[in-house]
Design a protein around this ligand. Structure first.
Ligand code: BGC
Length: 811
């Protein structure tokens, strides 16, 4: 008899949810073991035994690798593979079965607080990096959970948001990276996102979780919810959401058991989900491949990738430094490296090498003035005065700055692209003094670079992982030549971004720009950018020549000669865009189809080899619900960035189709060029007609902030906020230390995230601590139904015993 057939209903219900935040339930009598699932994606985040729940800042030591934004800027997918494999080695040692990574959401807007965890605005880049990462992790038998599925592009309304996306933008942009990863890397699991997609929560969205993921792409793994993303558990199971995490919500378990008993949930629905859980348990064998690893090697890998990822944004020739300059260093990030972001990806590395440590190791002489404090928000005039006074004596000022964790984090979005005003005014004063200023930037997303015209150089280190300071020193002094390029466009300001008209205006996000995301928008709208997609300088220069295109059935192979014409050995990222055919169907001007990073010694020439499949040029036809490759004249462009095309060759497609455009005249007219505002035809384009209803009464989905509108609700809101703010204030009073930094950024993340939380999400993510009845009771009371509310609160929940106790024994 199959194990699944021997399970009782109670055991099945238990198997479909997690316990103790990071585990799945075991069934010892049938030798079904508990799996350990944990974050990802920039290292292994394993909460200490002493930490309870999410415990975002109480983690075991592990290697902190460069964040996804950095890794993608290396344009070297081997880096993602190597990081994945290294994290898997750490997972094996820590007994982790599934890593909650990678994050492959598309960067729709630079303000998204979580962009540092994602690869790119381009689905091809996100897809290939995600694919390599998953292959690296899974090569050692550890599973991945690719997240967050799908259309999750903002943090402000993350628990209650509704992303309205047209079918074509969904298939071509927001789902395409997932599609590639599912088909090519076969991840063990996928994690659905918190938000709704076209009105339906991702955790119960059948179209997403079953029709597309399994039906179209053939995914045969398990779908788990993001932590607390469950809304209606029964609908979730029917839609294809197998495992509810972190679970332990009695209400959900009870509803499953009752629904199976009364026939509301078929045995088939529940057994399908059970099969997937059991398959995951089987595939996650306890006997993983031997993965003894060297901590030193992992750290070296992290450092090497940080060097490979940095992007030189400007250089008037001042870099690399010669070593004999009188240097003043300004900015606390010199000694306090901003190497990672805040939230669930927070790693606790055993050591951090700041730029200061790396400079000192090299015995570089410098004067250092803090100028500002990154973890203290108050102005400090004496720090500024000291920095400016010291600048009078210096030839060159190295300014270390960028975004702080108060501006950029999981859980909330930025409101603009500017950096902190203290840093801006310092930079202004320094450049006004006529000093040569090199800006070493740490940020997980695009920022407006202050005084750009007057800066001598800008080196973007992103959030480079635990040895980022060592990488910075190596790059500044020319021990390594910068070779990264931006994997996202940098607009001059937020008003210029492709979805400015409807980003974070309310919980409903209208993705009105459709397929025009990132460079697809800016190219065609002819936006004047700070830096285009794919841009990055080097200490050397490259010339392109001799393009050749060979068609081999559907595969198009392109080669070109790339010459290193400068004075340093270096690497060039050659990008292949295909300019679209003239069509009645609106399209981006050109789209990235391949890239290759080629290392070339100075004075030498190497052949760059690139390839893509012709079928990738198809667009998603919304009438036929399938990919359609149009006949016509396309153009292959080899480029140094999306705005710097070097070589072109025509490509005629004649074995495609001649199809009438599926769009009405109105849609075609509105989308001929990228819309600047929500066009009149947006409803027609999406087919989504539901308007946001004004809710008089609070619901489980109302944000905590909404609770302020009733008297009791306000008390509730203020009490919750008082608790989280108290923790934040307590952390602020701690002595300066790495621990303070970690606790501070995460308590701030909770303070900022909380107002957008809902009672439902709080209950679903509480691991049973905040029961459904208590949530309902509070809701009723906040709505003025005191008696009804109290009845809920005091209602004895008929708590079903867990089939197992903590030790895994049956009770
Ligand atoms: C995040 C996920 C993460 C999970 C567990 C959620 O809040 O969105 O990315 O994996 O927490 O920490």
């Amino acid at each position: 008899m199959k194990k699944a057939d021997m399970l009782t209903i109670e055991e099945k219900a238990a198997l479909l949810e997690g316990y103790e935040t990071w585990r799945t339930n075991p069934i010892p009598r049938l030798d079904i073991r508990s799996l350990f699932l944990t974050d990802g994606p920039h290292g292994l985040r394993r909460v200490r035994e002493t930490g309870s729940g999410f415990a975002v800042s109480n983690n075991e030591h592990s290697t902190s690798f460069p964040t996804a934004v950095a890794v993608a800027s290396s344009w070297n997918t081997g880096n993602a593979y190597d990081i994945g494999k290294a994290i898997a080695e750490e997972c094996i040692e820590a007994g982790v079965d599934v890593l909650l990574a990678p994050g492959v959401n598309i960067k729709r807007n630079p303000l998204c607080g979580r962009n540092f965890e994602y690869f790119s605005e381009d689905p091809f880049v996100s897809g290939v990096f995600g694919e390599s990462f998953v292959k690296g992790v899974q090569s050692l038998g550890v599973g991945c959970s690719v997240k967050h599925f799908a259309a999750n592009s903002n943090e402000n309304y993350r628990f209650i948001g509704n992303s309205i996306v047209d079918e074509r933008a969904l298939m071509e942009i927001y789902l395409r990276a997932f599609e590639r990863i599912i088909k090519k890397a076969k991840p063990f699991t996928v994690m659905c996102s918190y938000n709704r997609l076209n009105g339906v929560f991702a955790s119960q969205n059948k179209k997403l979780l079953t029709d597309i993921l399994r039906g179209m792409w053939g995914f045969d793994g398990l779908v788990m919810t993001d932590w607390g993303a469950t809304c209606d558990r029964l609908k979730g199971i029917k839609a294809g959401s197998d495992l509810d995490m972190p679970g332990n919500v009695w209400h959900n378990r009870k509803s499953i058991i009752n629904a199976v008993r009364n026939g509301e949930l078929s045995e088939e629905d529940i057994d399908t989900a059970i099969d997937r859980v059991l398959t995951l348990v089987n595939n996650s064998s306890e006997e993983k491949k031997d993965a003894r690893y060297s901590e030193t090697k992992h750290v070296e890998l992290a450092c090497d990738i940080a060097k490979d990822s940095a992007v030189l944004l400007k250089n008037d020739g001042i870099l690399p430094l010669k070593g004999n300059e009188r240097i003043l260093i300004v900015g606390e990030m010199f000694e306090k490296l901003r190497y990672q972001g805040a939230g669930s990806s927070l790693i606790n590395p055993p050591s951090v090498v700041s730029a200061k440590a790396a400079f000192d190791k090299r015995s570089i002489e410098y004067t250092y003035e803090k100028g500002y404090r990154a973890f203290y928000q108050k102005d400090n005039p004496s720090l500024i005065k000291n920095a400016l006074r010291a600048a009078e004596e210096a030839d060159i000022v190295l300014f270390f700055g960028g975004l702080t964790d108060f501006e950029e984090s999981e859980g909330f979005d930025r409101q603009h692209m500017r950096i902190d005003k203290r840093q801006r005014s310092l930079l202004k004063s320094l450049t006004d003094m006529g000093r040569k200023v090199v800006f070493v930037l740490h940020a997980g997303a695009p920022v407006e670079i202050p005084c750009y015209m007057n800066l001598s150089a800008v080196l973007n280190m992103h959030l480079p992982g635990m040895h980022g300071g060592e990488a910075t020193a190596a790059l500044l002094y020319g021990e390594r030549v910068p070779s990264g390029k931006l994997a996202e466009s940098w607009t001059n300001c937020t008003e210029d971004t492709s979805c400015f008209a409807d980003y974070n205006r309310s919980a409903t996000s209208k993705y009105y720009e459709s397929i025009y995301v990132g460079y697809r928008f800016y190219d065609k709208a002819k936006t004047n950018l700070q830096f285009p997609f794919g841009y990055g300088l080097s200490y050397t220069s490259f010339e392109y020549g001799n393009i050749s295109v060979v068609e081999n059935k559907d595969e198009i192979n392109i080669t070109a000669d790339i010459t290193n014409s400068g004075d340093y050995d270096g690497a060039e990222v050659v990008q292949l865009y295909v300019r679209n055919n003239k069509s009645d169907v609106f399209k981006a001007e050109k789209e990235l189809r391949a890239f290759s990073k080629v290392f070339i010694k100075k004075g030498e020439t190497e052949e760059a080899k690139l390839a893509f499949n012709k079928r990738d040029l198809a667009y998603w036809n919304i009438q036929r619900h399938e990919w359609v490759l149009e006949n016509g004249l396309y153009e292959i462009c080899l480029a140094a960035s999306s705005a710097d095309v070097r070589l072109c060759a025509p490509l005629r497609i004649s074995d495609g189709e001649e199809v009438v455009s599926p769009y009405s005249k109105k849609v075609t007219a509105d989308y001929l060029i990228p819309p600047r505002d929500i066009p009149g035809s947006f409803t027609e384009l999406t087919g989504y007609t539901e308007e946001e209803k004004y809710q008089n009464e609070l619901t489980l989905e109302s944000s905590l902030l909404d609770f302020k509108k009733t008297f009791i609700g306000r008390i509730f809101y203020l009490s919750v906020m008082a608790v989280v703010k108290k923790q934040y204030r307590k952390t602020k009073r701690m002595k300066d230390s790495l621990e303070r930094d970690a606790l501070l950024k995460n308590s701030y993340f909770v303070v900022r995230m909380m107002p957008g939380n809902s009672l439902r999400a709080m209950c679903m993510s509480s691991g049973g601590k905040f029961s459904y009845n208590t949530a309902m009771g509070m809701l009723e009371i906040a709505n003025g139904h005191f008696v009804k509310g109290m009845k809920y609160i005091f209602k004895k929940e008929r708590v079903l015993p867990l089939p197992v106790n903590k030790q895994g024994d049956r009770i």
